[in-house]
Design a protein around this ligand. Sequence first.
Ligand SMILES: Nc1ncnc2c1ncn2[C@@H]1O[C@H](COP(=O)(O)OP(=O)(O)OP(=O)(O)O)[C@@H](O)[C@H]1O
Ligand SMILES: [Mg+2]
Length: 293
Amino acid sequence: MSQENILKVENLVMHFGGIKALNDVTFNIKRGSVSALIGPNGAGKTTVFNCLTGFYKATGGNIMLSANGKDTSVIKVLGEPFKATDFISPVAFLKRLKYKMFGGSHLVNRAGLSRTFQNIRLFKEMSVVENLLVAQHMRVNRNLLAGILNTPSYQQSEEEALERAFYWLGVVDLTEFANRLAGELSYGQQRRLEIARAMCTNPEIICLDEPAAGLNPSETEALTKMIRVLRDQHNTTVLLIEHDMGMVMDISDYIVVLDHGEVIAKGNPDEIKNNPKVIAAYLGAEEGEEVTL
Ligand SMILES: Nc1ncnc2c1ncn2[C@@H]1O[C@H](COP(=O)(O)OP(=O)(O)OP(=O)(O)O)[C@@H](O)[C@H]1O
Ligand SMILES: [Mg+2]
């Protein structure tokens, strides 16, 4: 895959029983860009994220992630369906079973992609900093024996995890809340903590599902700045789902529009704003309401 595109989504299909949530969704995301996935409620945006991040295994199509120095087929990484030969080798069988039981989102994360959720998913009874340490469990040396013996390499990896946690708390302006319970933070602060948590795994691409939902205008402005920092100072590609059109048009280099599970437009903000199909999709979704894109 070319180095230009960090993500290539080809003919993605996702069916839930009889519901065709995604139909032939195709788009590319350029490395180093801020891109937005927009569309009316129920268009399939979160479903695309769930497929990209390994929460769902797509019914069909291809997702290629070019990060951490290699190309990863997200769908392959999640494991093929059981084959007759798996039953011959106990190792192959157990590996397949593990992915079937626990999903493969950690494998996609390890390949360089992380995400936040439309409905905040933090450990609310844990402290802010603990949330960031838990997120790093895959990177940190968790060898049980090393832990019991408290070896120097174990201590060092624990320290690095703590340093990384405080680094990202600083970026999202939450350092002073490090020891508070995550559940005690305001909504806007919890959203920022989710971004810090996703960044703690050192992703090359971060997928944000409605990061501005529920934020007031000044929080949204701060978020916009933060997303630019991720792109410009941390070389992180950002893909966001967002309903706040002001923010989307302001921040995005590229926009993909979904409606009823299909891509109806792709382009830069000016092209999208003036696209009659996009305007009709939004007008149709909220009949009678004035729509300014
Ligand atoms: N796990 C699931 N089981 C069955 N149907 C699902 C599932 N997840 C999503 N869907 C359906 O897929 C369609 C797309 O849903 P999705 O959540 O992706 O929309 P969305 O664009 O993110 O909408 P919103 O802007 O409201 O968040 C909807 O019809 C939804 O009901
Ligand atoms: Mg959604």
